[in-house]
Every structure is written in structure tokens, then in C-alpha cells.
Design a protein around this ligand. Structure first.
Ligand SMILES: Cc1cc2nc3c(=O)[nH]c(=O)nc-3n(C[C@H](O)[C@H](O)[C@H](O)COP(=O)(O)O)c2cc1C
Length: 162
């Protein structure tokens, strides 16, 4: 859905959501989840949208349509077909996107970092790139639920002694 990456279109949808939300007795935080396939100009627009629409933050990043840098051969990748790719291939892209948004916005809004987190070290790298919270999806499936405990223990130890 390319129009979902068009600034004016997004401002219109988000404006309507925010109007509905504000009418509720307890408005909910509304965050914008972004694609990993945005260029820097589009990321600048995301920053403007968050500010103009008074969103509560950004979730970076969703799955990608890109197939770059995979170890699996081209033929097999083609056979698997279209669809969003998640997990390890997203990690560097997620870190880069979060770092850009955090620095360019001057940490103007919270960022939830997601994409390719499998280990405690991955979680720390996310926070260091500028994420305020992290989400784990594919890593949870491959590593199992205990990975959350491992990450929390490691982060607690790391930031307590810092
Ligand atoms: C099977 C599957 C279903 C997903 N469904 C949603 C969804 O409904 N809404 C959403 O915002 N993101 C969805 N995602 C994207 C994830 O929330 C996450 O942004 C992405 O997978 C990158 O994180 P990961 O590398 O930890 O999986 C889905 C991802 C997968 C793999």
C-alpha cells in the first residue's frame, strides 16, 4: 500500500484516528509503525507527521519487502514468493532507522525498536541506537520465551553497574 507512505494521505488518516481517540474518556497512545523500506526523505516526513499529528511515538520497523543480503539462493527465494521478511536480515536496517529518527528528531518522541532482536546484545544495541522500548517477535519464536528473561537480566545488570 504505497499511499500509506504518502505524507498527506497519512496525515489525513491519523488526524481522523486522533479525533476519534480524543473523544474517548481515556484516549489511548497512538503510534505510527513504519516500513524498513523508507528513504531518509520519507523518514524526515515521518518526524514531521509525528509532530504535526501529536502522535505518541514511532514503532520501527515492520517487515521488509527487500530480499537483499540473504544467504538463501535466488531461485529458492523466488520460489518462496512475496511477503514480509522478518528477523535477522532486518537488524542493521532497524538500528540505522532508529538511529536516524532519534538523532534527526532530537529525541522528540518515544521510539519502540523492533526487528532482528535475538540476543541480549541485540536488545542493548537497539537501546543504544535510540529506542526507548523494544519489541521481539521472530526472535521470540526461534529462541523461545526465556529469551525475554535473558534480555531483561542482562539489561538490568548492564545498566545497574553503569
Ligand atoms: C507472522 C508475522 C505477523 C506479523 N503481524 C503483524 C501485525 O499484524 N501488525 C504489525 O504491526 N506487525 C506485524 N508483524 C511485524 C512484527 O511486529 C515486527 O515488526 C517485524 O516482524 C520485525 O520484528 P522481528 O524481526 O522481531 O520479527 C508481523 C510479523 C510476522 C513475522
Amino acid at each position: 500500500m504505497h499511499e500509506l507512505q504518502d505524507k498527506d494521505f497519512l496525515l489525513e488518516i491519523i488526524g481522523k484516528i486522533q479525533n476519534e481517540n480524543r473523544r474517548k474518556p481515556k484516549p489511548k497512545p497512538v503510534l505510527l509503525k513504519i516500513s524498513p523500506d523508507l528513504n531518509n526523505h520519507q523518514l524526515d516526513e515521518v518526524i514531521e507527521i509525528v509532530k504535526e499529528s501529536k502522535l505518541s511515538g514511532v514503532i520501527a520497523i515492520n517487515t521488509t519487502v527487500s530480499r537483499d543480503g540473504l544467504q538463501t539462493g535466488n531461485d529458492k527465494v523466488k520460489k518462496i514468493g512475496r511477503g514480509g521478511l522478518s528477523g535477522l536480515p532486518l537488524k542493521q536496517r532497524a538500528l540505522k532507522t532508529i538511529r536516524y529518527l532519534s538523532e534527526k528528531s532530537g529525541q522528540a518522541f518515544p521510539i519502540i525498536g523492533v526487528g532482528g532482536i535475538f540476543t541480549p546484545g541485540d536488545a542493548k544495541a537497539m537501546l543504544e541506537a535510540g529506542a526507548d522500548l523494544i519489541q521481539i517477535y521472530t526472535g521470540f519464536i526461534y529462541e523461545g520465551p526465556l529469551v525475554v528473561k535473558k534480555i531483561n537480566k542482562y539489561l538490568e545488570k548492564t545498566y545497574k553497574s553503569a
